[in-house]
Design a protein around this ligand. Structure first.
Ligand code: BES
Ligand code: ZN
Ligand code: ZN
Length: 475
């Protein structure tokens, strides 16, 4: 499905209903139909007379998603009709951008494993505006296609079942992406991880027949006019499966744990968008890929691991594995001396309890940076909220036998204490450049909401790309 800038008439014409104001220039039949339906401007409605489809948006809503969400519903209705084209007139850049995103994200399906795939005749959507110059409209559409393609690429990877999407599979996909987009790509296998002394990362992967990989992708703009470009490093938790390890998860909690690779996959999507948009920034992606399994060789509660940074970690629960993988990845990432260091992880169930399923938890030591992220995420249509650090929670992961313990001594506030645990592996000099994003809530969707159908949402991609764009301007 493609969105094009143009005023060609579609088989169905989409009309925006802003703040429940029904347009005056409807035909007699259309007016009668609205009356018959008792339509007062709330919700979307297909009007068969003259083939118009009303998309209701609330411009005064303080919620960031209303236009995108309305178009998600629109496209999911319209793609079932036997039509080829749609047309839509918008009045602002915001309307154009969000309509495109709602349509392109809403059109996603994951049907690789279904014999009967859903079919649609819908091919083209013509977007036009008397208020936006043609050139600008074309740019908005192109950018929306790039970002939505990345989100959908990430969704595909995450949705791929764990028997197929192993650490090696994701690493190979990263190499493929690097080749397509001219990115640099280093892949570290378990021998390399040993050389790097990544004792925490390696322990998590020990019981799996699928060996771990660390992927390091980097993007530099081709011919940059500006020599002083900012450096962003994104680190992603890539547990291609989290069974909990010996601290085995109960059955109900284990399903969906193929999505424990969402952070790493989002990092791939961020790099893809950054490269396609040709952003004026140096951007690195570090993926910590492993599988947390059980077996005779598994790491155990009571083990003491030596991390890459030299800090020892007492294991008290093998299900708190993400922070072990990320500890070593953050230590590796720090050596790149970034201006911005962000990690994305489906780290804790506690974050979902605290914020709900729709919201990313934003943590770190720099309040200005956190607020800057919140604003970017909001503009991009992702919900996020700050979970504040405090010194009392930091004390909870002290250990009697090692430098740190991998679980806190209290379950209260454990999304935050997990974030503070990660902070121990970010050197002091970088702590105010670091953000931890816990995407455990929004990464996987079991009941469609917003612009997300069932399955992986691609959480983090849109927010982080917007964050990079906003912080290039500021530097
Ligand atoms: N991958 C899980 C966190 C998670 C839970 C992600 C639900 C998405 C949905 C993580 O590795 C985990 O198991 N965390 C434990 C930590 C606990 C043992 C301290 C948790 O949240 O229960
Ligand atoms: Zn776990
Ligand atoms: Zn996990």
């Amino acid at each position: 499905m493609k969105i094009l800038a143009g005023s060609k008439k579609g088989n169905v014409n989409l009309i925006l209903i802003r703040n429940q104001k029904i347009p005056k220039n409807l035909t007699k039949e259309q007016k009668a139909f609205l009356e018959f339906q008792n339509y007062k401007g709330e919700g979307n409605l297909f009007v068969p007379y003259g083939n118009i489809y009303l998309v209701s948006i609330d411009e005064e809503s303080s919620f960031c998603n209303s236009i995108r969400d309305a178009f998600f519903l629109a496209i999911n209705f319209l793609k079932k009709l036997n039509i080829k084209t749609l047309s839509l007139n918008v009045e602002s850049i915001k309307e154009a951008k969000e309509a495109c995103e709602g349509i392109l994200l809403g059109n996603y399906t994951f049907e690789d494993f279904k014999e009967k795939k859903s079919e649609t005749t819908l091919e083209e959507i013509y977007l036009n505006s008397t208020k936006i110059p043609q050139q600008d409209l074309e740019t908005i559409i192109l950018e929306a296609h790039i970002i939505a393609d990345s989100v959908n690429y990430v969704r595909n990877l995450i949705n791929t079942p764990p028997m197929q999407a192993t650490p090696e599979f994701i690493a190979k996909d990263a190499q493929k992406l690097a080749k397509e987009l001219n990115l640099e790509c280093k892949v570290l296998d378990s021998k390399d991880l040993e050389k790097e002394k990544m004792g925490a990362f390696l322990a998590v992967a020990k019981a799996s027949v699928n060996s771990p990989f660390l992927v390091h992708l980097s993007y530099k703009p081709k011919k940059s006019k500006n020599k002083n470009i900012p450096k962003f490093v994104f680190v992603g938790k890539g547990l291609t499966y989290d069974s909990g390890g010996l601290s085995l998860k109960p059955g109900d909690y284990m399903t969906t744990m193929k999505a424990d690779k969402s952070g790493a996959c989002a990092v791939l999507g961020i790099l893809q968008s950054v490269a396609k948009l040709g952003l004026e920034a140096e951007v690195h992606g570090i993926l910590g890929l492993a599988e947390n399994m059980i077996g005779g060789n598994a790491y155990k509660p009571d083990d003491i691991l030596i991390s890459r940074s030299g800090k020892s970690i007492e294991v008290r629960n093998t299900d708190a594995e993400g922070r072990l993988v990320l500890a070593d990845c953050l230590s590796y990432a720090s050596e790149l001396e970034p201006n911005y260091l962000l990690d994305l992880a489906t780290l804790t169930g506690a974050c979902v309890v605290a914020l709900g399923e729709y919201t990313t938890g934003v943590m770190g030591y720099n309040s200005k940076l956190q607020h800057s992220f919140l604003m970017s995420a909001n503009n991009a249509g992702e919900l996020s909220a700050i979970l504040p650090f405090n010194p009392y929670l930091k004390k909870l992961y002290k250990s009697e036998v090692a430098d740190l313990c991998n679980i806190p001594s209290s379950r209260y506030g454990s999304a935050i204490s997990a974030g503070m645990f990660l902070g121990e592996f970010v050197p002091k000099s970088l702590q105010d450049k670091w953000l931890h994003l816990d995407i455990a809530g929004p990464a996987y969707v079991e009941k469609s909401w917003g612009v997300n159908p069932f399955g992986a949402s691609g959480a983090g991609v849109r927010a982080c790309v917007e964050f990079i764009k906003n912080n290039i301007k500021e530097k």
